[in-house]
Design a protein around this ligand. Structure first.
Ligand code: RIB
Length: 300
C-alpha cells in the first residue's frame, strides 16, 4: 500500500516586496512591487508534494475569514480535511526579494502557533503505521508531534526550518529523513567545514537518511554512512523563496513514488531549479510535467 504523507505545517500569507536592496537599519525604502500570495514552509511543501503527483494531507490552521487560503490550497491538490479555520489571524510573512533573487523574511506565526497537543494526538491516532509525517519548524507543538508520530510507527521526515535551539533536543536519530540546508546542518553539529559537518551527521545519525542542500552547489546525501554529492541544475535566479520547500516536497514525493534516493534527489533538484525562476512561493512551484526528469542514475 502506498504511504500517505501527512504534513504538519505552517500556512502563511506572504507579502512579497521586490526591492533594490534589503532595507538597512534606520532606512525607509520604497519597494518596486508588492505581491500577496499563499506561502508558509508547510503549505509550500504540501503543494510541492501535490504537484509532484503524490497525495498529501495538510495539518494546519489559518484564520477562518481568509477563505481564499483554504480554497487555493485545495485547488493546488492538497487534502485540506485537517486544515482548521480558527479565530487567530493567519500567519504571515514579509518577504524582501532583492535584485539577485535572494530573500530576507520576517514571520508572524499567528494561527500556526495555536496548536494543542491533545488535538494533534487525535489526528495521529487516525493515521496508519508506515505513513509519513512531514514537519518543518513554523508551528508550535513540533516536539509533541514528532514523538507521537514516531511512537505510532509513522516514518518522520523533518525539515527543521527555520532552525532553533530546540531542534537539537528532538530524537533526530529516530527520524526516517532529515533535510537541512548548510546553515541548519552546521547549527545541528557545531561544525563549520562541510566535510566535518558531513562526518558529524553521518556518525550521529546512522539510521537517518540525511540530505544537506547547498543551493547552487547541489546537495549531499548521507545514508548509512555512505555519502553522495550531486550537482545543482544551473539556472537564472529570479527569487529563491520556496526553492528549499519545493526540494523537500519533491524529494519526499519521489521516495513515496518508489524512486531511489538518488533519483528522488535529482527530481527534487530539478524542481527547485525551476522554482527559483519565478517570483513568489506557491506560484513558483512547478508541476511534475514541467520537469525533464529522466530515471538515469546520477554519478556518485
Ligand atoms: O520557505 C519560504 C517560506 O518561508 C515563505 O513562503 C514564508 O511564508 C516563510 O514561511
Amino acid at each position: 500500500m502506498t504511504s500517505t504523507i501527512l504534513n504538519f505545517g505552517s500556512i502563511n500569507i506572504d507579502n512579497v516586496y521586490r526591492v533594490d536592496h534589503f532595507v538597512q537599519p534606520g532606512e525607509t525604502l520604497a519597494s518596486l512591487s508588492l505581491d500577496i500570495v499563499l506561502g508558509g514552509k508547510g503549505a509550500n511543501q504540501s503543494v510541492a508534494i501535490a504537484r509532484a503527483g503524490v497525495k498529501v494531507k495538510h495539518i494546519g490552521r489559518a484564520c477562518k475569514t481568509d477563505s481564499w487560503v483554504f480554497t487555493q490550497l485545495e485547488s493546488c491538490g492538497v487534502d485540506i480535511s485537517h486544515v482548521e479555520g480558527v479565530n487567530e489571524p493567519s500567519g504571515h510573512a514579509i518577504i524582501q526579494v532583492d535584485q539577485q533573487g535572494e530573500n530576507a523574511i520576517v514571520l508572524h506565526g499567528g494561527a500556526n502557533q495555536s496548536f494543542d497537543a491533545d488535538d494533534l494526538a487525535k489526528l495521529i491516532s487516525k493515521s496508519h503505521a508506515g505513513d509519513y509525517l512531514l514537519a518543518q519548524n513554523e508551528c508550535n507543538g513540533l516536539s509533541d508531534m514528532v514523538e507521537m508520530a514516531l511512537d505510532a510507527g509513522l516514518k518522520v521526515a523533518l525539515n527543521p526550518a527555520p532552525m532553533t535551539a530546540a531542534i537539537r533536543s528532538l530524537p533526530l536519530h529516530r527520524l526516517d529523513t532529515l533535510i537541512v540546508n548548510q546553515g541548519e546542518a552546521q547549527a545541528l553539529c557545531d561544525q563549520i567545514e562541510i566535510d566535518d559537518v558531513v562526518s558529524a551527521l553521518a556518525e550521529s545519525l546512522p539510521q537517518t537518511r540525511v540530505v544537506i542542500t547547498l543551493g547552487g552547489d547541489g546537495a549531499i546525501l548521507i545514508v548509512g554512512g555512505s555519502v553522495t554529492k550531486v550537482p545543482a541544475f544551473a539556472t537564472k535566479v529570479v527569487d529563491t523563496t520556496a526553492a528549499g520547500d519545493t526540494f523537500v516536497g519533491y524529494f519526499l514525493a519521489g521516495l513515496v513514488d518508489g524512486l531511489s534516493d538518488l533519483q528522488a534527489l535529482e527530481r527534487a533538484s530539478e524542481a527547485a531549479s525551476l522554482a527559483v525562476q519565478s517570483l513568489g512561493a506557491i506560484p513558483s512551484i512547478p508541476k511534475l510535467e514541467q520537469l525533464n526528469f529522466s530515471n538515469a542514475t546520477l554519478p556518485t
